[in-house]
Design a protein around this ligand. Structure first.
Ligand SMILES: [Zn+2]
Length: 79
């Protein structure tokens, strides 16, 4: 009878352990799924050369100014 209780305790402990691990992985996956939405709300910049709005991440940096493309960056230097 005592042996049965030990087996039951081990089963319960294992179930709790696995459930906790699955829950943590689930939370991690949810956190990763949230990241793209954060990227979509990223800062928008205006190109000083052509006036087009673009995400800061996609901009081309030239000195202190950020342009929408390398072409705009080059044209801005010329003018
Ligand atoms: Zn531009």
């Amino acid at each position: 009878m005592f042996f049965r209780w030990i087996v039951l305790a081990i089963i319960l402990w294992l179930t709790w352990h696995v459930a906790r691990r699955l829950w943590r992985e689930h939370q991690k996956r949810e956190l990763q799924a949230q990241q793209p939405t954060e990227l979509s709300t990223q800062k928008m910049l205006r190109c000083p050369q052509c006036g087009v709005h673009f995400p800061e991440q996609e901009g081309v940096k030239s000195g202190e100014t950020v342009f929408c493309s390398t072409r705009c960056a080059r044209e801005h230097v010329k003018s």
